[in-house]
Structure formats: C-alpha cells, structure tokens
Design a protein around this ligand. Structure first.
Ligand code: ADP
Ligand code: ZN
Length: 292
C-alpha cells in the first residue's frame, strides 16, 4: 500500500511516499513560503503517486476538533500567511484521499511508538528541542489531544538566578521554549549553539531547564519512557547531564522500575530523525482504517 506523508514545518515541508511498514520510498524537502507558493509544489509532489491516504504532522497551533468549522487549519501561528489556512482540507479536496492530521510532535511520538524506541509501551512522550520546543504524547495507547493539543514547550520553569537572558517567547519570560530552544542558546550567548559545544556551563544550564520540564511531564503524564529529539539534542554531552539533574530534581519521590534505569527512561530518538515523517505515514494509515 502506498501512503503519503507530510511533515509540515515553519521552515521546510518534508514530503514522502512510503508504505504501511514505515518504509520511506521517496522524499523531498520544500521551503515553507506562503500557501500560494508552497501548496502547489506540495500538491504536485503527491499527485499521480497513487497514494491511498496522506498523513500530516503539522506545526501549530492547529485545530484538531472534528466538530469545529476550522478543523484541519493551522490557527494562530505567528506565520501570518498560514493563519487559518485549511491545510488538511485542501489536501483532502485536491488529492481525493483520507487525510490524517495532527501536530508535528504527535507525529514524532507516533513514529517512535509504532516503529522505534516506544514500541511495546502504553505511554510515552516525545520532546523536540530545536527551533522551538514541542511535546507529543501517547497516553494509554492513544495520542493525547484534549481541548486543543498539548503545548508542552510553554510550561513555566524556575529560572536560574544567574541566568539574565529574558527568553525569546513573546508570551512568557520563563517558559521552556523561550529559555532552552536553539534560538535561546544563541540569544543568551550570541553564538550558534553548535559553536558552544566545549562550554560546560552552556550545557549545564540547558540540562537544568530540560530536566525541570521532564520532572513536570513525568509527574503529570506518567510516561513509561521519555524520547528526546531535535537539533539541540545532537549535543551528545547533554543527555547524561539531563539524566543526572532529573534524578536530583525528582529526588527519589517516585519509585518505579522505569525510574530505576534512567538510561532507558530518558532516551534519544531512535529513527534517525525520520520519526516525524514515519509518524505522518502512520497518521495517514490510521485515517484510512478509521473510515472517516
Ligand atoms: P526545527 O526545530 O526547525 O525542525 P531542528 O530540530 O534541526 O529544526 O532545530 C534547529 C535548532 O537546533 C537551531 O536553533 C540550531 O541552533 C539547533 N541545532 C541544530 N544542530 C545543532 C547541534 N549540532 N548542536 C546544537 N544545536 C543545534
Ligand atoms: Zn512560551
């Protein structure tokens, strides 16, 4: 069975054709401009490829409420040209196939849950730390939505007293995204994150904020595993620092077999940065199977 997958991001759109085993047979990347410029390019990639369904993991916020007039739209994004653009509806109309639609990070957690390091679990979460921070959640075998969808990048943290950086989130001075996404590292130190590899204090502060967030997610969502991805996590020194600080902050409060082994509780993505696009394939499959 051929399926289409789209990982719709604020800077690029990754389009792929794959199958029900999560195999990617063809993939291209198209820059995200305006819908007028970008949509025809995306449609021409998918048209004529004989796909039976399309799955979209999308930057947000997005409307996932099937009863809403704006279901399938990107809603209040700062990218003005995409505000209230009906991305899922446009593909459904133009391609004539079922379209599964969810957040980019729900796509990634679904990819890992189906084909990666989340396999066999009932509950796990995926956190991307890149240009922004986002959290996708599988709880009791289902993608978590709720009122809208989790916005785990904007949880409020306790700021370190020696951190004078104001955070780059326009809404919150001390949210995880504003303090710890790639642009925050660059804003705080005036250098690309990748150029700061050998500066211990940079990664200790980064690990502090991520560990605070992971303690919060652990207490609220009770995942069996936490999967980390995104560009910032390419810094290999970060993961051990996060585990160490996580243990200190949780301070022995919870005792489970998962928490006894933090090396397998807090892990890196396992699908070579293909978790998002593979998850989008699965979103397409799920929509096809649901018969909606
Ligand atoms: P996006 O979030 O836009 O999908 P990425 O996950 O690649 O893309 O995140 C890009 C961010 O990650 C940038 O802010 C960049 O500074 C940071 N980044 C990318 N590679 C590295 C690296 N090797 N080390 C540290 N930070 C990185
Ligand atoms: Zn915020």
């Amino acid at each position: 069975m051929l399926l289409g997958a789209l990982e719709a991001g604020g800077t690029k759109m990754v389009c792929a054709i794959g199958n029900e085993n999560g195999e990617i047979l063809e993939q291209v990347s198209i820059p995200t401009e305006t819908p007028e410029i970008t949509m025809p390019k995306l449609l021409s990639f998918f048209k004529g490829k004989k796909i039976e369904a399309l799955g979209i993991g999308c930057f947000g916020p997005i409307d996932l409420n099937r009863d809403s007039d704006t279901y399938g739209c990107i809603t209040t994004t700062p990218k003005k040209a995409w505000q209230y653009f009906d991305i899922a509806g446009t593909f459904k109309r133009e391609l004539g196939v079922p379209v599964g639609f969810d957040t980019d990070v729900n796509g990634s957690v679904l990819g890992e849950y189906t084909w990666g390091i989340g396999r066999g679990l009932k509950s796990c979460i995926y956190i991307t730390i890149g240009t922004g921070v986002g959290v996708g959640v599988i709880a009791d075998g289902r993608l978590l939505h709720g009122m809208l969808h989790p916005e785990g990048g904007h949880i409020l943290l306790r700021k370190l007293p020696n951190d004078t950086y104001k955070g780059f989130c326009p809404f919150h001075e001390n949210c995880l995204e504003g303090l710890a996404a790639g642009p925050a590292i660059e804003g705080r130190y005036g250098k690309k994150a990748v150029e700061l590899s050998d500066q211990k204090e940079v990664w200790e502060m980064e690990a502090e904020y991520i560990a605070q967030a992971l303690v919060n997610y652990t207490c609220v969502l009770s995942p069996q595993r936490i999967i980390l991805g995104g560009g910032v996590m390419h810094q290999t020194q970060l993961l051990p620092l996060i585990r160490e600080r996580f243990a200190q902050l949780l301070n022995g409060y919870l005792k489970t077999k998962e928490l006894e082994d933090l090396d397998s509780f807090i892990v890196l993505q396992s699908l070579n940065d293909k978790q998002g696009i593979m998850g989008a394939l699965k979103l397409g499959m799920m929509e096809l199977e649901s018969g909606i």
